[in-house]
Design a protein around this ligand. Sequence first.
Ligand SMILES: [Zn+2]
Length: 261
Amino acid sequence: MMLSCTNSVRALRGALLSSLLLAANAYAADDAHWGYDQTVSPEHWGELPGDAICAQGVAQSPIALVTAGAAHPQLEVPRFHYATSRVRMLNTGHTVQFTYDNGSTVRVGGNEYKLAQFHFHTPSEHTKDGVEYPLELHLVHTDANGTPALVVGVLIEEGAVNAALFTAFRHLPRHMGEESSPAGALINASALLPHDKAFFQYAGSLTTPPCTQGLQWYVLKQPIQMSDAQIAAFERLPHLNPNNRPLQPLNGRTVSVHSGR
Ligand SMILES: [Zn+2]
C-alpha cells in the first residue's frame, strides 16, 4: 500500500484518505518524511508523528505466507468484476501508481469494493514459503466510504513478457511527481491476475505509513510473469528500489488459504 504523508495529511487522514489516494497530485503533498533507504527507513516509521501504529500495531503487513501452515476454513471467494481502464501512471516517489477508472469492483460475500488504483513494490513485500519475488502488485480497493479496505496482492516472477503491461512499462514515469499516460493505452486488471485464483487471506495493514490496520488482504498463491526487461524497467527507476517493507510478525493471526474455486 502506498499513501502520501505530510502533517496536513496526517491531520486529515481517515475521512480524506481515499480522496488523497485518488488525487492526481497526491505526490505534491509528499515531503519524503518516510522512505526505504535514504530518508526514514521502515524501522523508524513508527517514530513519525501520527505513524505510531507502524511500530505498535500487532496486525501489520506484509507477512511471510506459508502454504503448509495455513488454515483452511470456509472462506468467501473474491469475485472480480474488472473493466478496462485508461493507463494513468504517477510516480509518487514511493511507487508507480496506476489510477484506475471507475466501474471495476471485487465482491466478497455481500460486500463490494471498488478498484481505485494499483501499484508495485520491488522486491516483493510478502514472501511465499520463504521465497521473495522480484516484484509484487497491489490492487487497492475501497469501501463504500472510499476508505482502502481490501488489497489483492499478486507476486510477479521473471518469465514471459506481460502483454497487459507492455505499453505502460515502456513509459514508466521516472521521477517523483511525474505522470505518464501513453496515448490510447488501456489495461484490464483482470489480465494481471493468475489463471489459478487460489489465495491466502489474512487481516493486515497498509504497508506504508500511516500503516493503518483493518485491511483485508488476499494474496494470490500463483505468481504472474513479467520479462526480465520489464522487471528491470521498474527496478531501474530512481529511488524506488527497494520499496518493500520488511516482513512483520504474525502475532497469532490466522492466515487462511483457499483454492479460489
Ligand atoms: Zn503496496
